[in-house]
Design a protein around this ligand. Structure first.
Ligand code: FA5
Length: 331
């Protein structure tokens, strides 16, 4: 560029447009060096001043300074615009940080909170967490657990059936079917929990919902006894609900455990049912391919919503499945 050009209106207009169109820091640096760098017309103009006649020097220098100031204003505006991020539509980086603004922070659903805490406690005891399918075959959900067709114990779990005309699948009524699936594929000793959603054809009320989360436990090894079951459940319940909480076993019946118990916990002076448990029935071990002469084990299953109920003092479990933020935001 010729030195004379720099005083034209078109030069100034082009410089302004170039700085305005800057989109990035490298872009800005390039434009700055073009108009204000040592090779730019303005800077070359300054170095030519000594060669000018004394008459011209003062005015030429004044014009150059004025031009340089204008270019610096364009440069500064472009840099500030970049800093503010105003070249990104909709994003104003000049707004104060999160801590200065009031944001509604979300949090985990109360049932998810209970599930996460339960996983932590069992992991601490060396249990693995096993996933399984929500749709189960009649064999794993019932028959392999000593509940053949027409067995009255099926009545305990009102069932939705999937009728696709070919197979007898059920949305699982409990997580116990995974006991057999896991035993078939793993050699003892093992300690697992199986958390998951289950489905029952319930008449809903404040303590019964048609779909809820269960946490199944399965421990198989040599010499596993009822005292291991009680010790494990006591540790878990006290870790989840507090060291002052006591538990008790009530005699019960499940076709897949022998003996069977209901686990209750005493919370705020009241005994509350948490779930079922017992020593694994020898036939169930056989169905899972495990020798009952060599190995014994225990199993248990409880509802996550019932734990949430106790922990958070809920009066109606159904609220946990309703999208009512006024309720959920309390936890
Ligand atoms: C069973 O489902 C057994 N499979 C538990 C078990 C596992 C026994 C392993 C022995 C060995 P039950 O139907 O009682 O048992 O359900 C277990 C727990 O799930 C209950 O104690 C309760 O905490 C929860 N639960 C059951 N039905 C509902 C329901 N409709 N709504 C919410 N929670 C429920």
């Amino acid at each position: 560029m010729m030195i004379e050009d720099i005083f034209s209106d078109s030069f100034l207009a082009k410089a302004k447009a170039d700085f305005n169109n800057v989109k990035s820091k490298p872009d800005l640096d390039k434009t700055k060096s073009m108009y204000l760098g040592s090779d730019s017309g303005v800077m070359k103009g300054f170095s030519s001043i000594p060669k000018l006649s004394a008459d011209h020097r003062a005015e030429y220098g004044k014009n150059l300074n004025s031009l340089k100031s204008k270019l610096e204003v364009y440069y500064k505006a472009a840099r500030e615009s970049l800093d503010k991020g105003t070249d990104l539509p909709g994003l104003d980086l000049s707004l104060p940080g999160l801590s200065e603004r009031s944001f509604a922070h979300g949090h985990k659903h109360p049932t998810s909170q209970v599930l996460s805490q339960t996983y932590d406690v069992f992991r601490g005891l060396g249990f693995s967490i096993v996933d399984s399918d929500e749709i189960e075959t009649d064999w794993y959900n019932f028959e392999a657990l000593n509940m053949p067709k027409d067995h009255p114990a099926r009545e305990m779990q009102d069932t939705f059936y999937v009728n696709n005309g070919k197979s007898n699948l059920v949305p699982r009524t409990h997580t116990s079917g995974t006991q057999i699936r896991f035993m078939e594929n793993n050699k003892p000793p093992f300690k697992i929990i199986v958390p998951g959603r289950v489905f029952r054809n319930e008449d809903e009320d404040a303590t019964h919902i048609w779909s809820f989360y269960q946490i199944e436990g399965l421990v198989v090894g040599e010499g596993i006894s009822m005292s291991d079951l009680k010790g494990t459940l006591l540790t878990v319940v006290q870790s989840l609900l507090g060291p002052e909480v006591d538990i008790r076993f009530r005699a019960s019946y499940f076709p897949y455990t022998e003996p069977s118990v209901e686990l209750d916990c005493k919370y705020k002076g009241k005994w509350l049912e948490l779930g079922g448990a017992g020593m694994i029935h020898p036939q169930v071990l056989i169905n899972g391919g495990i020798d009952p002469e060599k190995y014994t084990g225990f199993a248990f299953g409880w509802g996550a919503e019932r734990i949430a109920n106790i922990k958070y003092g809920l009066t109606d479990l159904r609220e946990l499945w309703r999208p009512r933020f006024v309720f959920l935001e309390q936890f």
